[in-house]
Design a binder for this molecule. Sequence first.
Ligand SMILES: [Zn+2]
Length: 191
Amino acid sequence: MSSITRAWTEADFRKELKSIDEYVERTQGIRLVGAELDIEFSERARCTLGQYFPKEKKFRFSLPFFNSDVPEACAIDVIRHEYAHYYADVVLGYKGGHGLPFKSACGIVRANPSTYYSKNFESSARKKEERDARVYKSGVRAGQRVKHPCFGIGSVLTVEPLKDSALLKIDFGRHGVRIIDELWLKSKGGF
Ligand SMILES: [Zn+2]
């Protein structure tokens, strides 16, 4: 799911909370029910991205933030941050604030242990998202003739782009049909 392409629903939040519940159970042997707590949504707050209320045992999240173009890793970090407050509350008896018990809870739920939403974290997450979305632009096309150092001249049948190169399916005649990495072939002067 990407916060770029679709709107967050309550089910999406519960799914993330559930995966943290499961992670905590797997790693700490503690069974929590973060996914079953009440969730409120605020339509306005852009500054308060998320909140946890120890007394009512409920979460509140800012929909305008989650449905902005923020990288998904940042959106998930806000959920983990609030979950860390929940963990600190019910496991460590720590009701509020961002002191040591909260920071250790961040370590357990894999939240970024900063008090406030970090722009640095956002920009590194955004870069990673862009990297992950990148597709290699191939320099050859089907039908093109290329030269392999061992198999000689071949005809490109298909081009399958990957992130950083492409896989070329090439017919080398008596040497058969082979799958060759495009960047490697280029580095050998194949086209
Ligand atoms: Zn906090």
